[in-house]
Design a protein around this ligand. Structure first.
Ligand code: MV4
Length: 505
């Protein structure tokens, strides 16, 4: 095992990696921007190196400075986390060229999966089902029309260099094709510096189900089952769970084998994720592979009992995976809610400010992976995800109740967050039935947020609850029993329960 590892990230994932290091007896080196000088990941690490000013381009994206920091502090390896430099082939290569160990897949595997057309070609060769479509860039609208005719409309134009939903265009008929292709090519050129666009049949109303894979450097490649990630908005996931209500043990085995085959074809090692669309008839299609540890990895950790981040370090250090596929089956149900500094009542507008008070949920089956504390300044420099609240319980129903209970215990004062959105979700009938797909959230957002009382009503409820609480206390001090007055909020009203807690603080 390494003696010292540099963590090339910030926020909750940096803290998560520092924790894994410490549990393995490894020292952790943090890097940070001027805005993060007092951040928890800096304090919890064993040493820290300042990279530069707040903007990511001047700090967390400075690959050369990060490698220099690793060499200067005597770190032997670099863990990139997610985002920032985690999927940049050149950085993985530069780390290796500097004589350091890259805690992730080989640069060649990152490159192979970075091109969506190359990834499709690899998947097809491995026998992994992909969405019907092309594996090369379209020459012109006529070629696109030919392909679309073959598979039937609607079709989806995608940037070959894309991924994560950027540069996509749905086309419903031939007449829209030429202008959509032009627009997609322009967008691809601007976003990725590469105007290559290919076409797939558009799958309507599927689920987004992804398979976690883990491979060592000795030829073992395993899958750790699926995560259901359909609750997303504008390609930002909000809620993830493991397992998925739509996946049976038999389907899990088939999707798992398909993911393992695709990963093997790319020469993959370490932790990675194959994204699939799963349609209503139970057919699944490989979309792309994410060559990093993902935000939602904790739900897989909770249902498999396997510490993915620890294993990332162990695999990079050359250890062998001690499990076989048959050892791995999901136990119970895990759900993750992303706590973002976005105001759901205000179109998910990013919210900034200082965290004035933070009260974290705890108790059975509750995990908080966070990067904030009381006093943290939330700025627009970085991703709005402040933390993840994750629960584990024997059944899905119990996991939903546990999440609801944990969300009620959570208080974040000073910035608006998505907490209230998640409370609504845990109470939503469609969600509770598992009747959701990738389009569900955007189609139900108005109704979901419409039910939410405005800030004014919550404030009034809190004031009323505070007055009642005060009357209660006064009555008790006088030795009398609180006649009539009560701080009890009706069980059926989430908002009164929230208001009561706020008032009694
Ligand atoms: C699709 C699709 C439907 N049909 N491809 C979005 C992100 C990128 N990974 C691929 N994406 C999609 N590809 C075909 N042929 C629908 C999506 C999609 C989506 C996928 C996963 C999770 C959320 C999504 C939201 C909108 C569209």
């Amino acid at each position: 095992m390494f003696d010292k590892v540099l963590v090339a990230n910030r926020g909750e994932i940096a803290l998560r990696i520092v924790r894994a290091c410490h549990e393995l007896g490894v020292k952790a080196v943090a890097v940070y921007s001027e805005a993060d000088a007092r951040a928890p990941h800096v304090r919890e690490a064993d040493e820290a190196v300042l990279l530069g000013p707040a903007p990511s381009s001047e700090s967390y994206l400075k690959g050369d400075a990060i490698i220099a920091a690793a060499l200067a502090t005597g770190a032997e390896a670099i863990h990139p986390g997610y985002g920032f430099l985690s999927e940049r082939e050149w950085f993985a290569r530069a780390v290796r060229d500097a004589g350091l160990v890259w805690i992730g897949p080989p640069a060649e595997a990152i490159a192979a999966m970075g091109s969506k057309t190359a990834a499709r070609t690899l998947a097809i060769a491995a026998g992994t089902p992909v969405v019907p479509g092309t594996t090369t860039a379209l020459r012109d609208a006529d070629e696109a029309a030919e392909v679309a005719e073959r598979f039937g409309y609607p079709v989806l134009l995608k940037a070959a260099a894309g991924g994560g939903g950027k540069g996509m265009r749905v086309v419903h008929q031939r007449s829209e094709l030429a202008s959509a292709l032009e627009a997609a090519q322009r967008e691809a050129k601007n976003a990725f510096g590469d105007d290559a666009v290919y076409v797939e049949k558009y799958i309507v109303g599927p689920r987004h189900v992804e398979i976690q894979v883990l491979g060592d450097q000795h030829g073992t490649m395993l899958h750790l089952g699926e995560r259901e990630c359909s609750i997303q908005r504008r390609h930002q996931k909000m809620i993830e769970e493991a397992p998925s209500v739509a996946v049976t043990a038999e389907l899990r085995a088939r999707m798992g084998a398909a993911a393992v085959a695709a990963a093997r074809a790319a020469g993959y090692t370490n932790a990675g994720t194959c994204e699939f669309l799963l349609d209503a008839s139970g057919d699944f299609y490989f979309l792309e592979m994410n060559t990093r540890i993902q935000v939602e990895h904790p739900v897989t950790e909770l249902v498999t009992g396997i510490d993915l981040v620890q294993w990332q370090l162990r695999i990079a250090a050359g250890e062998k995976l001690p499990f076989v596929q048959d050892d791995i089956a999901p136990r119970g149900w895990a759900i993750e809610c992303r706590i973002t500094s976005e105001d759901p009542a205000n179109g998910f507008l990013p919210s900034t400010g200082r965290v004035r008070y933070l009260h974290l949920p705890s108790g059975p089956g509750v995990r908080w992976d966070g990067g904030i504390e009381t006093g943290s300044e939330i700025t627009l420099f970085y991703d709005p995800m402040l933390a993840k609240l994750i629960v584990h319980a024997p059944t899905r129903e119990q996991a939903i109740e546990r999440m609801h209970r944990a969300l009620l215990e959570l208080t974040i004062d000073g910035v608006d967050t998505a907490r209230d959105f998640h409370l609504r979700m845990m109470e939503n009938a469609d969600f509770r039935r598992g009747a959701i797909g990738i389009q569900w959230l955007e189609q139900h957002l108005d109704e979901l947020l419409g039910q939410q009382p405005g800030r004014e009503s919550v404030v009034r409820a809190a004031i009323a609850a505070a007055l009642l609480a005060e009357r209660d206390r006064t009555a008790r001090r006088a030795g009398a029993s609180p006649a009539g007055a009560t701080t009890e909020a009706p069980r059926e009203s989430t908002w009164l329960r929230v208001a009561r807690r706020e008032a009694l603080r």
